[in-house]
Design a protein around this ligand. Structure first.
Ligand code: NAD
Ligand code: UGA
Length: 352
């Protein structure tokens, strides 16, 4: 059986390919415009890589028609780009994905689509100050999706992902598309992002921003005091969930799963502090434990149109019940393993 993975050369895709090649017997057809994160797999006999833009491919329809399942990862998913490149953000998260959804619908091929916890937007607790669980715990089929005003283009990604989900659900309802929707919560781990000025430019996601501050000696910048909270999910835990989805269509088709570790909630300010003490431990250099942390406004850091998700805690009872999935990697281990990888990869640039 062949699985088609769209966006296989990215962070999640690179870990998923490794897992599928080592622990399953599935053949893989993978599409990506980049292959630098998956070099080691390119010659594997069960991996057929197509280095091309999926929306310009002439083989995509045939590949989808013959697939056991399609896993759809490809997207632009970096918050700074929601502000500077909103048109591309909307194309890559809704307008273009609708073509993949149409193809899967045409051939009735099971589509596993990557949405995001960002579809929930802000929590009720950010509008109505209340710390009761029902004001912040996010349940796939119950919690409302609350986005800020459209002039804040930060929300264009979340809105596009919401529309992608609606289009999948509509095609399932009217045209029997078999689907699974996954909503990841801040996966952390090796190969997550580029480091600015080394292998990319601009503002990456928070891990690479903070790591780059540590390695270059610049202050860690926390946006608006770092009061926003995230749950960090170690990539191995996340991949185990995705693997269980792929191997269990009977338990996954028709489902929406939050994939996140609710035990690993942390404020961004505390993440900055945890990363600097962990980095001191890894490098054996105490000075990193006191690395400067600087407050910056969202407008100065991202530009006009940014607004933050204040908090997002997943209810994962559906994944627990249907898949038997429970994340096990705690916050400290998540940060330590990720930083070890980054330090190892980029250590030549360390400044003493
Ligand atoms: P990523 O940016 O690392 O990977 C995406 C890959 O898709 C990249 O390698 C990119 O080159 C490829 N791609 C994009 N457009 C393409 C096109 N037209 N043709 C061919 N290749 C294309 O992202 P990721 O972190 O692996 O995330 C994957 C998916 O999961 C995305 O849909 C994202 O929205 C979703 N998601 C991820 C997280 C997370 O924590 N990483 C959280 C929430 C949602
Ligand atoms: C991310 C992205 O939208 C997607 O990759 C994905 O869909 C989703 O969330 C996810 O990973 O689940 P976000 O968590 O806001 O969004 O992105 P990060 O760049 O990781 O930022 C996290 C927090 O750190 C935000 O509050 C941001 O303002 C803050 N931040 C970021 C800083 O304080 N300093 C920085 O240098 C960078």
């Amino acid at each position: 059986m062949t699985i088609v993975i769209l966006g296989c050369g990215g962070f999640i895709g690179s870990h998923l390919i490794r897992k599928l090649l080592s622990d399953s017997e599935l053949d893989i057809i993978g599409y990506d415009v980049n292959d630098y994160k998956i070099h080691e797999h390119l010659l594997h006999p069960r991996f057929n890589f197509r280095k091309e833009n999926i929306y310009e491919s002439t083989s995509l329809e045939t590949d989808i028609e013959g697939a056991y399942s399609v896993v759809f990862l490809a997207s632009l998913c970096n918050p700074s780009l929601y502000i500077t490149r909103p048109v591309e953000t909307i194309w890559s998260n809704f307008l273009n994905p609708s073509k993949i959804i149409d193809l899967c619908t045409k051939y009735k091929i099971w589509l596993t689509a990557f949405s995001s916890c960002e579809v929930y937007g802000r929590t009720l607790s950010s509008y109505v100050k209340n710390n009761n669980e029902e004001f912040f715990l996010q349940k796939e089929r119950e919690t409302p999706c609350l986005l800020g005003p459209t002039v804040n283009t930060r929300w264009c990604y979340a809105a596009a992902k919401q529309l992608m989900e609606h289009y999948i659900l509509a095609n399932s309802r009217e045209k029997d598309l078999p689907f699974t929707i996954l909503r990841p919560y801040n996966f952390f781990g090796p190969r997550m992002d580029y480091v600015p000025g080394v292998d990319g430019n601009g503002i990456p996601r928070v891990l690479a921003c903070f790591f780059n501050a540590l390695r270059t000696g610049n202050p860690i910048k926390v946006v608006d005091g770092g009061s926003a909270k995230r749950v960090l999910t170690y990539i191995d835990d996340a991949i185990n969930a995705i693997f269980k989805v792929i191997l269990n269509p009977d338990k996954s088709i028709g489902e929406i799963f939050n994939i996140g570790n609710p035990e690993n909630e942390i404020s961004i300010l505390d993440l900055a502090k945890l990363m600097r003490t962990t980095y001191a431990e890894i490098t054996g250099k105490n000075k990193y434990a006191e690395h400067p942390i600087m407050n910056v406004s969202a407008r100065d850091f991202y530009g006009d149109g940014y607004e933050d998700c204040n908090r997002r805690v997943p209810d994962i009872s559906n994944a627990k019940k249907k898949l038997g999935w429970i994340p096990t990697i705690d916050l400290e281990t998540t940060v330590k393993r990720t930083l070890e990888f980054y330090n190892n990869k980029y250590k030549l640039a360390n400044i003493d």
